[in-house]
Design a protein around this ligand. Structure first.
Ligand code: GRF
Length: 215
């Protein structure tokens, strides 16, 4: 018996390579999520064309046309409601939502951040990692909470920092892992193998295995 796939909106602001990796994963009919909507706050986001090519509904909600964050968030909320969205994936989405909006989507909104959180939150995480001299860097899929890049962690992947790395080289190595990790993280959440309980992410033993964590 197949269960209904969760309806997912991906929110982007730019090129949308993580979006593309989620769309690709969801082409598999056994994947527990269907990408139903791609929404951008920027009309010029390159990812919009990639989504449209894949036959996915796209929408622009241009933040510059709203008086304030409350009005912008309300417009996004209406759009998610119109498409009966169950789960939201932020993928290079460069706007910060109001606390009330985030709280309304608690446990149903994911983000990917290109660092091993809680290290290197915010902008330029690869430059931060190089400046700190860490040997291991990576990426994190996490639930979104009002505080930036601080929500309960669903999945992480690590990469080495190589001698001679610059920001672009390190970013590229991390991005390849992001493209593997985000589809896995969304799968676990969509199928209920990862869930938010009292502010912590609880994983089933199957989810731990899928993440390479042992049981
Ligand atoms: C990714 O590195 C993501 O982790 C970060 O912004 C970048 C977006 O890239 N939040 P893309 O638009 O998914 O290609």
């Amino acid at each position: 018996m197949s269960i209904a796939r969760r309806r997912v909106a991906i929110l982007i602001s730019g090129r949308g390579s993580n979006m593309a990796s989620l769309i690709e994963a969801a082409r598999d009919p056994t994947y527990p999520a269907a990408i139903t909507l791609v929404l951008s706050n920027r009309p010029d986001a390159a990812g919009l064309a990639r989504a449209a090519e894949a036959g996915i509904a796209t929408q622009v909600v241009d933040h510059t046309t709203f008086l304030d964050r409350v009005a912008f968030d309300a417009a996004i909320g209406r759009s998610l409601g119109d498409h009966a969205i169950d789960l939201v994936c932020l993928a290079g989405f460069m706007r910060i939502f109001t606390d009330a909006f985030v709280t309304g989507w608690q446990g149903r909104m994911l983000n990917i951040h290109p660092s091993l959180l809680p290290a290197f939150k915010g902008l330029h995480p690869h430059a931060q990692a190089l400046a700190a001299g860490v040997r291991i860097h990576g990426c994190t899929v996490h639930y979104v909470v009002p505080e930036l890049d601080s929500g309960p962690i669903v999945a992480q992947a690590a990469v080495p920092v190589m001698a001679g790395d610059d920001e672009a080289a390190l970013a590229g190595r991390v991005l390849a892992e992001e493209h593997r990790l985000y589809p896995l993280g969304l799968r676990l959440v969509a199928e209920g193998a990862a869930r938010l309980e009292a502010g912590r992410t609880v994983l089933t033993s199957g989810a731990r295995t899928a993440l390479g964590l042992g049981v």
